[in-house]
Design a protein around this ligand. Structure first.
Ligand code: PLP
Length: 384
């Protein structure tokens, strides 16, 4: 064989080699052993076409299904892609969907734009209220997101699920806050959970991925609906990113515990600070839905917000964010580096707090350094 042909043909996997590192299997073409094997090449068979996944994608999928107690996990290119997959797979023209008012902003945009264009009605409900008054004969899907990722409202999931009992309505949770471990959606009867792997599972601010997991009690038809929409939309994730996520999974529990402890220490230290009107952290009794949180979650994540007093101006809030040295200004959280974000007052979910809300995503820096940083930034911004 000519060396040029030789270079093009992959060797067999090395015999006798085993390593501790997750391996990356990339593929557009998946090779069949013979032509007869192409006869039943569907997305449900593991290795028939690159878009349906490689051993790396399916390894990540199986580990997340195991971790969350789910039946099947689809790995998709982003958390937002997971949100889109669920809505597009399960809603049809004429249907009605309910979404908490505090939902992730781009999910809200999807509802207002594409979903509405498809003649599907989307209405928003108070995450701390009840559902019954919002239900319609055509309601097909109810979303939860708890705690809200900026204003931290914790939903009373058992009570909301009770309102839906016996109704032909699917339930789904954006479980990104809990990383699939701090809350057990399927124990509460929720049908589908999704999360942005980009946050705590990825854990190092260097990948964007999402996942959608079905509950063990759901039927095969739901799996087929999600899987077929996954296939038609071509929502394949890169195996390279999946390898990073597999590595992130190995340290998820220790990273999350350490960052969460640091975040709670900071939240408690800031609770009685004279410059701060409210600290929004679900472990604090003053947080909306705190009792639900203590009952339903095994612990907090590392995300919390502070709200300055009403006399604090927008300029002071922005000066505070700019003066922070350890906290990087950015939206996506869950990595090893702490991040901060302020929200303009026209952002609907923070409307009640004006331009005075600042959200922190705590990383793995030394807690005392972070606290000192917040104190010096308050002084620079002259917030008191
Ligand atoms: C609660 C929540 N859900 C979903 C997403 C979307 O995730 P991704 O950035 O991977 O699209 C985010 C991102 O910030 C989020 O905070």
């Amino acid at each position: 064989m000519d060396w040029r042909s030789k270079l093009l043909h992959p060797d067999a996997p090395p015999a006798g080699f085993k390593s501790l590192a997750p391996s990356t299997h990339r593929a557009s073409t998946t090779v069949f052993p013979n032509f007869a094997a192409t006869a039943d090449a569907t997305w449900q068979k593991p290795y028939t076409y690159g878009i349906y996944g490689t051993p790396t994608t399916l390894d990540l999928s199986q580990r997340i299904a195991t971790m969350t107690g789910g039946s099947h996990t689809f790995i998709v290119p982003s958390g937002q892609a997971g949100i889109a997959l669920i809505n597009l797979a399960l809603l049809r023209p004429g249907d009605h969907v309910l979404i908490p008012d505090t939902i992730y902003g781009t999910h809200r945009d999807l509802m207002r734009q594409l979903i509405t264009q498809l003649h599907i009605e989307a209405t928003f409900y108070n995450p701390l209220g009840t559902l019954s008054a919002h239900l319609r004969p055509n309601t097909r899907l109810v979303w939860f997101e708890s705690p809200g990722s900026v204003t931290m409202e914790v939903q009373n999931i058992p009570a909301l699920m009770e309102e839906l009992r016996g109704k032909d309505i699917l339930t789904v949770i954006d479980d990104t806050y809990s990383a699939g471990v701090l809350f057990r959606p399927f124990d509460h009867g929720i049908d589908i959970s999704m999360q942005a792997i980009s946050k705590y599972i990825g854990g190092h601010s260097d990948l964007v991925l999402g996942c959608v997991t079905t509950a063990p009690h759901t039927d095969h038809a739901l799996y087929l609906k999600l899987g077929d929409t996954f296939r038609i939309l071509g929502l394949t994730a890169s195996p390279d990113d999946c390898t990073l996520a597999l590595r992130g999974l190995q340290t998820l529990s220790v990273r999350l515990a350490a960052a969460a402890e640091s975040a709670l220490t900071l939240a408690r230290a800031l609770e009685n600070h004279p410059a701060i009107a409210i600290v929004l952290h679900p472990s604090l009794p003053s947080n909306p839905g705190h009792s639900s949180f203590m009952r339903d979650f095994t612990g907090p994540a590392a995300l919390f917000s502070i709200v300055f007093h009403e006399h604090t101006t927008r300029e002071q809030t922005e000066a505070f964010v700019d003066a922070l040295r350890f906290f990087m200004i950015g939206y996506s959280w869950g990595g090893t580096t702490s991040v901060v974000m302020a929200y303009p007052d026209d952002t609907r979910i923070v409307a009640q707090h004006g331009p005075r809300l600042v959200r922190f995503g705590i990383g793995l820096e030394y807690t005392a350094d972070l606290l000192e940083d917040i104190h010096q930034a308050l002084a620079v911004a002259k917030i008191s």
